[in-house]
Design a protein around this ligand. Structure first.
Ligand SMILES: *[C@@H]1O[C@H](CO)[C@@H](O)[C@H](O)[C@H]1NC(C)=O
Ligand SMILES: *[C@@H]1O[C@H](CO)[C@@H](O)[C@H](O)[C@H]1NC(C)=O
Length: 441
C-alpha cells in the first residue's frame, strides 16, 4: 500500500510539472526549467539546512574529510562530457606506493556523493611507517582511499555534474536521448580507458551499485572481452533481472508511466527541485522524517534500525536526475524481466536489430570468474529471486557470492546504513585486499 501511494505521489508531481506548467510541444520552454547546479543550491539554501553536508558538492565532501581531489573531464565517443572525480590521499602519495585504481559507479538518482554521504565521518587517517592505517568508515569511497587505493568516481551523463556535450545543448531534447545502455557502453568505457591512460595500469577494479551493476553487465556482454580490463567486477545489489513482482516494481503503474516517460526526451525530474526537493523539505522536518523512513523503507525494504533519520535531509538533498528515456528503458526491463536493448517498436527494431523484439544482452559472454556478487535478503529491487535469475544466466559460478548477513539489509542500506562498515564495506575491502595479495595486482 505504501509503495503504491508513493508511486501515485510521484506520478502526480510528474504529470503536474510536465503537462500542467509547461507546454510539452514547446521544447524551448525547457530553457527556464532546466535545472542547474546553482539553482538547486539556492533552492536548498532557501529551504533551510540542517546539516552542513546537505549542500556540499562532491569536491567539498572530499575536502571536508581532509582529502584532496582532481576533476577529470572525460569525453565519450558520442560526445558527452563527464565530470569525474579522483580522491587524492596525501599520506598514500607520500608513501610512494603505486596505488591500484578502483572505479565506483553510482545508482539511478544518485551521483558521486552517494559514496561519501553516509555519515559525518570518513576522515583521512595518517599512514604508519609507510603502511595504510586501519579504518572503519561507513563511506566506501573514503574507506578505500584510506586503505591505499586510488579511488575514481564516475558521474554518468545527465547528472548535475555531467551535463555537457561537445555539440548538443542540454536544453535540446536530443541530449536526453539515452538510457543505461549508452551509459554502459560509452560512459563506463571512456572512463575506464581514461583511468588506464592516467595511471598506467592495464587493469582496474570496478564497483557498481544498482544501476552501476546494470551498466557493467551491459558493457561486458555487449563488448565481449572487455572484462579483460578488470581485475575484479564487484556488483553490489546486482540487477540483471527486475521482474520479481514481490518487490517494489510490483507497485509501479507501468502503462501509465510508459506513457509519461515515453512522451518526449527530457530530464527527470523535469523541473529544478521538483519531486526531490519536495521530498527533501519533507524529510528534513524532525516530525516528518520518520514518515520518510517509512516511505523509503516501503520502497526499498524496511530496516529502521540501520537508518539515521536525522540525516535524511542530506540523502534527499543530494538526489540527482536522469533522462525520461532511461526510466522508460527500466519499465521495459521490468515488463519483460530480461535486460534487452531498447525497444523502439516493431518497425524500428527490425531496422536496428533484425527482429521484432529487441535482443537480450548475452550475459553468458561475461567471464564469471571476474565477478563478485554482494546482495541483501531484504532488497526490494535486487530481490533474492532476481539475483538467482542472474546467477542462472551466467555460464559458471561467480568468483565470490556474498549475501549480507543482516537479513533486513535493504537496497539503500548499501550507502545509508549506520552499520555499512561491518555489513558491506569491510567485506568488500577485505575481498579486494585478498585478491591483491593473491594475484599481486
Ligand atoms: C562544456 O564543454 C566545452 C568543451 O569542452 C567547454 O568549452 C565548456 O566550457 C563546457 N561548459 C560548461 C558549462 O562546463
Ligand atoms: C546521524 O546523523 C547525524 C546528523 O548528520 C550525525 O550527527 C550522526 O553522527 C549520525 N549518526 C551516525 C551513527 O552516523
Amino acid at each position: 500500500m505504501v509503495k503504491f501511494l508513493v508511486f501515485i505521489v510521484f506520478y502526480v508531481s510528474f504529470a503536474h510539472e510536465s503537462y500542467g506548467l509547461t507546454d510539452d510541444e514547446d521544447f524551448g520552454s525547457m530553457a527556464e526549467n532546466n535545472p542547474t547546479i546553482d539553482e538547486e543550491k539556492i533552492f536548498l539554501q532557501l529551504a533551510g539546512k540542517t546539516d552542513p553536508d546537505e549542500v556540499k558538492t562532491c569536491g567539498q565532501l572530499i575536502e571536508s574529510r581532509g582529502f584532496e581531489y582532481e576533476v577529470h573531464y572525460v569525453t565519450t565517443k558520442d560526445g558527452y562530457i563527464l565530470q569525474n572525480f579522483r580522491i587524492i590521499n596525501r599520506y598514500a602519495r607520500e608513501s610512494g606506493k603505486k596505488l591500484k585504481p578502483i572505479l565506483l559507479l553510482h545508482p539511478l538518482f544518485g551521483s558521486c556523493s552517494v559514496w561519501m554521504f553516509n555519515s559525518p565521518g570518513g576522515h583521512i587517517k595518517p599512514w604508519i611507517n609507510g603502511h595504510p592505517p586501519k579504518d572503519n568508515s561507513a563511506e566506501l569511497a573514503f574507506l578505500l582511499a584510506n586503505l591505499g587505493y586510488d579511488v575514481w568516481i564516475i558521474n554518468v551523463r545527465g547528472t548535475s555534474y555531467s551535463t555537457n556535450h561537445t555539440h548538443l545543448d542540454p536544453e535540446d531534447p536530443e541530449f536526453w536521448d539515452y538510457s543505461f545502455y549508452e551509459i554502459g557502453i560509452y560512459d563506463v568505457t571512456a572512463t575506464v580507458e581514461h583511468i588506464k591512460k592516467e595511471t598506467g595500469f592495464e587493469t582496474i577494479i570496478v564497483i557498481g551499485y544498482s544501476q552501476g551493476t546494470i551498466q557493467l553487465l551491459i558493457q561486458m556482454s555487449a563488448i565481449p572481452g572487455y572484462d579483460k580490463n578488470y581485475d575484479l567486477v564487484i556488483l553490489i545489489t546486482p540487477i540483471g533481472f527486475l521482474g520479481d513482482k514481490s518487490g517494489t516494481v510490483g507497485a509501479i503503474p507501468i502503462p501509465l508511466f510508459k506513457l509519461l516517460f515515453g512522451s518526449r526526451n527530457g530530464p527527470f525530474p523535469p523541473v529544478s527541485g521538483s519531486v526531490f526537493a519536495a521530498l527533501d523539505v519533507l524529510c528534513r522536518q524532525p516530525i516528518v522524517s520518520p514518515a520518510c523512513v517509512a516511505i523509503l523503507g516501503g520502497l526499498l525494504g524496511l530496516n529502521p534500525q540501520q537508518q539515521n533519520a536525522s540525516r535524511y535531509g542530506v540523502y534527499t538533498g543530494l538526489l540527482d536526475r536522469t533522462s525520461n528515456k532511461n526510466l522508460l528503458h527500466y519499465l521495459q526491463f521490468i515488463e519483460t524481466d530480461h535486460l534487452c536493448y531498447f525497444d523502439h517498436g516493431e518497425e524500428k527494431n527490425y531496422e536496428l536489430y533484425g527482429s521484432a523484439e529487441p535482443p537480450e544482452f548475452p550475459f553468458y559472454k561475461i567471464n564469471p570468474k571476474k565477478l563478485v556478487f554482494v546482495s541483501g535478503l531484504n532488497d526490494q529491487l535486487a530481490t533474492p529471486i532476481n539475483v538467482q535469475n542472474l546467477r542462472n544466466h551466467l555460464c559458471d559460478r561467480v568468483d565470490t557470492d556474498h549475501v549480507i548477513t543482516d537479513p533486513y539489509f535493504n537496497h539503500a542500506d548499501i550507502v545509508l546504513a549506520k552499520e555499512a562498515f561491518p555489513y558491506l564495506n569491510d567485506v568488500v575491502s577485505q575481498l579486494i585486499d585478498e585478491k591483491m595479495l593473491h594475484d599481486e595486482l
